[in-house]
Design a protein. Structure first.
Length: 355
């Protein structure tokens, strides 16, 4: 059911579905690779091509690894990108496999399809917008060979002196304990814990969920500072933080599954400032509705002061351009309400007490 072009394997939707369901993948040609690199992607072939160039430039011998591109929402441009690169590297590069993923949604499901179709006993995860160092795979395999069942590599996020709020938030990847932009996991460990929970349909908390599952199963997770990927921050549209609040619902799912680890490892607390802002706004509206203008005025001033403080806090170390200042003012008004809404939405959706 697959076609081969040089070093390029392209599976049709039937094969992709079989891989996703855990069916036995096609027999490998020749020696089994030491590691399978799994890269989920979604309709950004230019970024993917840049990432693949870096993965293809690894110091590790090409015969020791394969690359599986999991196209989450298959499109012709992505398939052509992978096929073209595979042809260029057909003689001397590793095997590149294109996997169209149609039975899932989100990077968690795409990664599951990838590692289940993998031919190697070890899986290296990265994202399509990263640039792995030439020694990335060698360093990750060395750490696994030292006795770890999973390894978290180092993520470098370059920032300018005055980054935007979005760029500062994205740089949090560099401080993450375990992020699938740079992680290595034994296939046997993934099989035992069931891989990624596909209810995490956005790129948020699905990596912490896998980390906690591995920890709870007793697996050893080590750090490998010399397994490095560069993660440049992509340009974002104005007001992007508004849509990002939707991810808060997945905090509730992670908390439901691992309440102790959620509190200990993520050190996440209820957004008390957000609740205070909402409370001030609610009191203001209630007072106005009952003709108590004095109370309404005080509550309105409280809301304004808290919102201004929230905005100032976001601007303290970020860009001061007029566009960014206006963006922070606008989004600071809306974020508390949207964030709490999505947190409570997640609590209801996943049936857990989460504030």
């Amino acid at each position: 059911m697959s076609t081969v072009v040089g070093n390029f394997d392209m599976f049709d939707e039937g094969s992709a579905g079989a891989a996703h369901l855990g069916a036995v993948p096609p027999e490998p040609r020749g020696e089994i690779a030491d590691v399978s690199v799994v890269i989920p992607t979604y309709r950004r072939p230019a970024l993917l091509a840049r990432c693949l160039d870096a993965v293809l430039a690894q110091a590790l011998a090409p015969a020791r690894y394969e690359i599986i591109v999991c196209d989450d929402g298959p499109d012709d441009a992505t398939r052509a990108c992978v096929e073209d690169l595979a042809r260029v590297h057909a003689q001397h590069g590793p095997c590149i496999r294109y996997l169209p993923v149609t039975s899932t949604q989100g990077p968690a499901g795409a990664r599951n399809a990838g590692w289940r179709a993998a031919r190697a006993p070890r899986i290296a995860f990265t994202d399509d917008d990263t640039l792995p160092d030439t020694n990335w795979l060698s360093a990750g395999l060395r750490a696994l060979g030292a006795g770890a069942n999973a390894v978290s590599g180092r993520i470098v996020v370059p920032l300018r002196d005055r980054p935007t709020d979005y760029e500062t938030d994205a740089a949090g990847l560099a401080r993450a304990e375990f992020a699938t932009a740079n992680a290595f996991v034994e296939r046997a460990a993934l099989e035992r814990v069931g891989g990624f929970d596909e209810r995490f349909t956005s790129a948020w908390r699905e990596d912490s969920d896998l980390q906690f599952a591995l920890m709870q199963a007793g697996y050893r997770i080590d750090r490998a500072a010399d397994a490095v990927v560069l993660h440049p921050v992509r340009p974002a549209r104005w007001g992007v933080s508004i849509s990002q609040q939707k991810k808060s619902q997945f905090d509730a799912l992670l908390y439901k599954k691992y309440p102790r680890l959620f509190r200990q490892r993520l050190r996440s607390m209820p957004p008390l400032l957000y609740y205070a802002i909402i409370a001030a706004a609610a009191i203001c509206l209630y007072a106005l509705g009952n003709g108590r203008t004095g109370v309404a005025s005080i509550a309105a001033l409280g809301w304004l002061a808290l919102t201004a403080w929230f905005c100032a806090k976001r601007l303290a170390t970020t860009a001061r351009t007029l566009s960014h200042v206006l963006e922070m003012a606008y989004t600071s008004v809306l974020i508390p309400f949207l964030s709490v809404f999505w947190r409570l939405y997640g609590a209801v959706k996943f049936r857990t007490l989460f504030l």
